[in-house]
Design a protein around this ligand. Sequence first.
Ligand SMILES: *[C@@H]1O[C@H](CO)[C@@H](O)[C@H](O)[C@H]1NC(C)=O
Ligand SMILES: *[C@@H]1O[C@H](CO)[C@@H](O)[C@H](O)[C@H]1NC(C)=O
Ligand SMILES: *[C@@H]1O[C@H](CO)[C@@H](O)[C@H](O)[C@H]1NC(C)=O
Ligand SMILES: *[C@@H]1O[C@H](CO)[C@@H](O)[C@H](O)[C@H]1NC(C)=O
Ligand SMILES: *[C@@H]1O[C@H](CO)[C@@H](O)[C@H](O)[C@H]1NC(C)=O
Ligand SMILES: *[C@@H]1O[C@H](CO)[C@@H](O)[C@H](O)[C@H]1NC(C)=O
Ligand SMILES: *[C@@H]1O[C@H](CO)[C@@H](O)[C@H](O)[C@H]1NC(C)=O
Ligand SMILES: *[C@@H]1O[C@H](CO)[C@@H](O)[C@H](O)[C@H]1NC(C)=O
Ligand SMILES: *[C@@H]1O[C@H](CO)[C@@H](O)[C@H](O)[C@H]1NC(C)=O
Ligand SMILES: *[C@@H]1O[C@H](CO)[C@@H](O)[C@H](O)[C@H]1NC(C)=O
Ligand SMILES: *[C@@H]1O[C@H](CO)[C@@H](O)[C@H](O)[C@H]1NC(C)=O
Ligand SMILES: *[C@@H]1O[C@H](CO)[C@@H](O)[C@H](O)[C@H]1NC(C)=O
Length: 503
Amino acid sequence: MIQLVIPVLAFLALTSASPAPLPAVTPSPTDNNPTQTYQRRGIISNVESDINSVLSSLGSNIPSYVADGVANFFQDFPSGSAVQSSLGLNDQQVAALPTNVLNLPPYGNWTDQGWNVRFHGNVYKQPNTSEAELNKLANVFLIGTSVEDLPPSQADQARNLTAEIFVVQQGNQSVSMHLEPAPSAGSSGQEGGGGAVTPSGGDQNVTLPYRTTGEGDFDAFVPIKNVTGGGVAAGNETNDIQRMNVYATGSEIGNATAYLVPPEGLTIVSDIDDILRITKIYEPKEGLLNSFARPYTPWLNMPDIYANWSRSIPNFHFHYLTTTPEQVTRNYMDFIYKTYPGGSFDTRPLNFSDVSATLSIRKYLLIKIFETFPQRKFILIADTSNSDVMTDYPEMATLFPNQLQCIFLRNTSSTDSGDRFPYNTKGFKDLNQERYMFFNVPDDLTNLDIVNGQCYNQSIRQNLTFGDQGLPFGINLGKGNKTSHDMSSRRWNGRDLPRFCFT
Ligand SMILES: *[C@@H]1O[C@H](CO)[C@@H](O)[C@H](O)[C@H]1NC(C)=O
Ligand SMILES: *[C@@H]1O[C@H](CO)[C@@H](O)[C@H](O)[C@H]1NC(C)=O
Ligand SMILES: *[C@@H]1O[C@H](CO)[C@@H](O)[C@H](O)[C@H]1NC(C)=O
Ligand SMILES: *[C@@H]1O[C@H](CO)[C@@H](O)[C@H](O)[C@H]1NC(C)=O
Ligand SMILES: *[C@@H]1O[C@H](CO)[C@@H](O)[C@H](O)[C@H]1NC(C)=O
Ligand SMILES: *[C@@H]1O[C@H](CO)[C@@H](O)[C@H](O)[C@H]1NC(C)=O
Ligand SMILES: *[C@@H]1O[C@H](CO)[C@@H](O)[C@H](O)[C@H]1NC(C)=O
Ligand SMILES: *[C@@H]1O[C@H](CO)[C@@H](O)[C@H](O)[C@H]1NC(C)=O
Ligand SMILES: *[C@@H]1O[C@H](CO)[C@@H](O)[C@H](O)[C@H]1NC(C)=O
Ligand SMILES: *[C@@H]1O[C@H](CO)[C@@H](O)[C@H](O)[C@H]1NC(C)=O
Ligand SMILES: *[C@@H]1O[C@H](CO)[C@@H](O)[C@H](O)[C@H]1NC(C)=O
Ligand SMILES: *[C@@H]1O[C@H](CO)[C@@H](O)[C@H](O)[C@H]1NC(C)=O
């Protein structure tokens, strides 16, 4: 959901931030009507009419920087004291609230010192915000509708998500966890399957070496002990992924499952939006409803594809890596674990919230997992609507040539005429076609022998020209069709473009 509206707002920001004229840009209507404004980090617009006018002004002439911009609609979630003051809470009221921990399901690697587990998440307090106030706040996230007009269950979800966003993060907190064997995937709420085993022991408490950041985040590798009685198998003596439950001390909702992943084997790093669930981030209004209000819905039969892989590939490690902001991760986890195999999770931490950090978080997290498992092979999967994916995924092939097994990218514009934003495939130019596949529907992924590196089904036409793709009316600006708005020059018709236009 994060990249939702991104291209559009990047576009708007560009129009309002740079007074000098750019081609084919319709000025914001709010320039003339300052009362109908909606403000986010200096971007002032009447969301509805601006988006419509931007979409219609794009017409057949979508500038490539629109798609390359990864500004973030959810960039400016308020946090900490901003929430406290916007809800009018004093320090005593905040102090009286229970402490919650968002405990993201960790992975652990095997080292000379034993298992090393990466605990990460956030410590916060959730104010008891009234329904009326939540309705008001939730309406900010909807376009062309309001919470009051949604069916009750959707209105409920929109309020829930809004309440999760309006939380007061707790800095300088000590974080402790209790670990014990996880009885089974099912009982830890992971109905989507997943082939890990339960160790026979390993109960222990650990305290993280650092306190939470000013934004309440924690992220640290901590060695866990081989406690008396043993129980957890050594990583050099098993190929199984072992599953431990992790309970954050002092929080009712700080439960997660940790995955102790042996040094060798296959790991899939999976994006979520528009690959595992229907988001339509390229259609802002739909994307917002699909993220805030409607029940999260799997994309076609993707769950069958993952279930088959989980059943048939021994010790396949599933890692979900989304750049959605941390505050809304619970909803993603709930959906994933009901629908897809259990696995570890990464999301966008709070300190990655300015624009350039938003652009860099996926690569940061990818490098972290590749470095943590230097002998494992990786399958990367996402869709073409994320410009960071389009550069970061192929870059992993360059940075970690021995670890990249396959890249699968769903071509969202091939199946969804609502996706009119172009994407750039130039990162794939030097990659062996056997290593990657652009595909249309989940069934395109059946019968591939990914364990042995068969990533490409020759019956799926690739249509690649290694340049801007997916322009309207089937126009592809291939390598041979460079225009004056060539993104690699970071200039548009002779002018420097703002940094956030690039990945
Ligand atoms: C596994 O690693 C531990 C710690 O490095 C070492 O003591 C042990 O001998 C190793 N076992 C095998 C089978 O290599
Ligand atoms: C939250 O506030 C509502 C009404 O404002 C009240 O009924 C409810 O008991 C409160 N819940 C908690 C947990 O304080
Ligand atoms: C909203 O949150 C409440 C309390 O956590 C929960 O009982 C309810 O099922 C949630 N509703 C939706 C639609 O997510
Ligand atoms: C963090 O908390 C510790 C323990 O309560 C305290 O000693 C320290 O001064 C605090 N640090 C900051 C920067 O507030
Ligand atoms: C972990 O800490 C809890 C109290 O927080 C304690 O009851 C329990 O015995 C400890 N477990 C171990 C294995 O030390
Ligand atoms: C823990 O110790 C037991 C008994 O010495 C051993 O079999 C097991 O491999 C060890 N596990 C780890 C994680 O080192
Ligand atoms: C978290 O785990 C504790 C201990 O097993 C359990 O009592 C609690 O209900 C769990 N909370 C959730 C939200 O699953
Ligand atoms: C965010 O914090 C982590 C540590 O939790 C640090 O490694 C990283 O560099 C920080 N990133 C940014 C963009 O500040
Ligand atoms: C385990 O992960 C840490 C953190 O990424 C990394 O520094 C270390 O090299 C890894 N250890 C092994 C043996 O791969
Ligand atoms: C390739 O182009 C054909 C014809 O336009 C289209 O049907 C197909 O979906 C495209 N394939 C991909 C992977 O985009
Ligand atoms: C299920 O996964 C296995 C392992 O990758 C693969 O060989 C097989 O073709 C898959 N089956 C289907 C129907 O995709
Ligand atoms: C490049 O432009 C020429 C002339 O406009 C056009 O005929 C050709 O199809 C274009 N190539 C691609 C790959 O789109």
